[in-house]
Design a protein around this ligand. Structure first.
Ligand SMILES: [Zn+2]
Length: 109
């Protein structure tokens, strides 16, 4: 069996490298698609990507310190981006077992 090479990416905030699947991807859509910035849960969307740890700390810093704007050379990202990233972070944490927290009451959506 061949060992699969695990893709490694760098968090735009803390500069820590992690497996791609443990990081959250934010993608800048190509100009023809409007050039907007969005969370990319698949990690495969077209466009330029920036990565951030699946932690509330890094997400908050990324937004406050305008890391995505700088990394992707875009204007201000939508405020909802942080929320979208955080909810995705919870899913990633479940999948990877990172930062697993005891689950309390079922989440109201
Ligand atoms: Zn980080």
């Amino acid at each position: 069996m061949k060992t699969r090479r695990v893709p490694i990416r760098t968090c735009v905030v803390c500069r820590q490298t992690s497996e791609k699947k443990a990081l959250l991807r934010v993608v800048r859509a190509p100009e023809k698609d409007g050039g907007g910035v969005a969370v990319d849960p698949t990690g495969r969307a077209n466009g330029r990507g920036a990565y951030v740890c699946a932690s509330a700390e890094c997400i908050d810093k990324a937004v406050k310190q305008k890391r995505f704007e700088r990394s992707l050379s875009v204007g201000p990202v939508p405020p909802a981006l942080a929320e979208a990233l955080k909810s995705l972070a919870e899913k990633v944490a479940e999948k990877t077992g990172v930062a697993a927290q005891p689950t309390g009451a079922p989440e109201m959506i």
